[in-house]
Ligand binder design. Structure first.
Ligand code: SF4
Length: 490
């Protein structure tokens, strides 16, 4: 149907993205009042508008959004701001979110200079407290005494973004369900019709939270690296395997529509257990399994745990996991480049693996190693963030549609780079001001100059090839550089 309408409208030089007959007639009458060619009129029909925008060529059309018996220009600042205000006054949050998503896509397509859209997705750190000290995480040596929960001021400042925002991710550097006032926040998310997701170790799931999870959550990414009790508890120090499994069962039972995804970091310590993780996921009704290679942290001194140091074993184990996933019909995501056509030197790698000390249990935990990693992001400065050696095309979808906000209101371009922030929430009085902040502008300039910003040098989204609007042109060199860095630091 949409194709037919589009064909007719192309002939008329105006595209009307609307299948609803009554609304179409209304808009067609409106168009009759005088319109120019090469115009596209979008409506609140989400699927149709989105599909059209995804396939639309760059800078070919001017866009309008039909709302309240009027076609609002999506190219003129005054009309965009006026419509945003109107949607808020009418408390029409459903349309506000659709309009905002279109505006993101239109701004990207027509390369708008001023960005006026809100992030489609906000990752808001509700707490940086965590009940574990996982061996691959910044919490391993963290001084837990410095950990805190989301401040009231930050939440109040982020609230005006929520009517336009579709998803909020509750996690940052902490375990989100530990956050104080979490139930109050849930009520606010419900009011603005925001859908939620979280990364969680599922070690703590209070019963009071379950109805909210059931109603508001789309998915939970559950972290788990081993289903062997001893190994699980050595990797995720401070947690108990049995409690974790109980919580998985509880969430599965009480929140049957919430998608559970199992997220596992591949490292030296669980290299031989990847297929078992797939089996566990199948047994407990996980929708998918995502495996990513561990990125070493200087603070943890764990360069020797990087799985890339055992490339043949890694390839072999991933193949086993893939085979099991196929048999059990589990969706499995993993770094495809790690698969080799043929494995060699397996025996040598096995020997090297066994020669390593155990699972990290020998090392004495000490906050003396705390480098303030979790608490001390630096504002992006010209020297720190500018162009890396890698070339790219397009603009990162995460950067242009998401925002990361720390519990004290520091805004960052994404969740990947934990060392920098771009602006403070209290200093950006409007979303336009945020996008115009010099450090945000610097990142935009990098992408425009086809240079990958250096903060993107260790990006898992790039490694897993998950970005739709950004191509790293020297991808092979990029991946080699990531691996080389790890080997050099070993
Ligand atoms: S680090 Fe990755 S997700 Fe973040 S802005 Fe760069 S490419 Fe995008």
């Amino acid at each position: 149907m949409l194709q037919k309408i589009m064909k007719k409208m192309v002939e008329d030089n105006i595209l009307l993205i609307c299948e609803d007959q009554a609304l179409r007639r209304e808009i067609e009458l409106y168009i009759g009042k005088g319109s120019q060619s090469r115009e596209v009129i979008l409506t609140g029909e989400y699927g149709a508008g989105r599909e059209f925008l995804k396939k639309c060529p760059r800078r070919c059309y001017s866009f309008f959004f039909y709302y309240g018996h009027k076609a609002w220009s999506m190219e003129k600042e005054g009309e965009i701001l006026q419509l945003q205000k109107e949607l808020l006054e009418k408390k029409d949050y459903k349309t506000a979110k659709i309009y905002n998503e279109y505006l993101i896509m239109v701004s990207r397509l027509n390369q708008h200079k001023a960005w006026l859209f809100y992030p489609k997705e906000i990752q808001l750190e509700h707490t940086n407290r965590c009940n574990a000290r996982c061996i691959m995480c910044g919490h391993y040596h963290a001084d837990k005494g410095k950990c805190r929960d989301l401040s009231e001021d930050t939440f109040q400042r982020i609230e005006p973004f929520l009517p336009f925002c579709q998803y909020v991710g509750l996690h940052g550097y902490g375990e989100p369900f530990l956050a104080e006032h979490i139930l109050d926040y849930m009520e606010v998310y419900k009011k603005y019709q925001v859908r939620l997701y979280a990364n969680s170790n599922l070690s703590y799931v209070p019963d009071k939270l379950l109805p909210y999870i059931d109603q508001l959550f789309d998915e939970i990414n559950v972290s788990c690296e081993s289903v062997q009790k001893a190994d699980y508890e050595r990797i995720r120090k401070g947690l108990h395997f049995e409690r974790f499994v109980e919580n998985v069962k509880k969430v599965r039972e009480k929140c049957p529509h919430v998608r559970l995804n199992l997220f596992a970091v591949i490292m030296r310590q669980n290299l031989g257990q990847l297929a078992e993780l797939v089996e566990f996921a199948a047994e407990y009704g996980f929708a998918k399994v995502s495996m990513t290679e561990m990125i070493a942290m200087e603070e943890n001194g764990n360069y020797g745990d990087v799985p890339g140091l055992y490339p043949n074993l890694l390839s072999q184990e991933l193949k086993k996991a893939c085979k099991r996933a196929k048999q059990l019909k589990v969706e499995l995501h993993f770094p495809k480049e790690a698969i080799r056509e043929k494995e060699e030197n397996l025996e040598q790698e096995q020997k090297r693996l066994h020669a390593q000390h155990g699972l990290g249990e020998e090392e004495e935990l000490s906050v003396r190693h705390d480098t303030n990693l979790l608490f001390d992001r630096q504002r992006i400065a010209r020297e720190a963030e500018t162009e890396s050696i890698h070339r790219c095309k397009g603009i990162c979808d995460v950067f242009s549609s998401q925002l990361y906000c720390t519990l004290d209101g520091r805004l960052a371009v994404c969740c990947v780079d934990g060392y920098h922030y771009t602006e403070e929430l209290k200093k950006a009085s409007s979303i336009k001001e945020y996008w115009q902040a010099p450090s945000v502008q610097m990142i935009r300039d990098c992408f425009q100059k086809k240079k990958l910003p250096s903060i993107c040098n260790n990006c898992n989204f790039i490694i897993l090839d998950q970005l739709k609007y950004l191509d790293v042109l020297d991808r092979k060199t990029y991946l080699e550089t990531v691996n080389r860095k790890e080997k050099q630091s070993e």
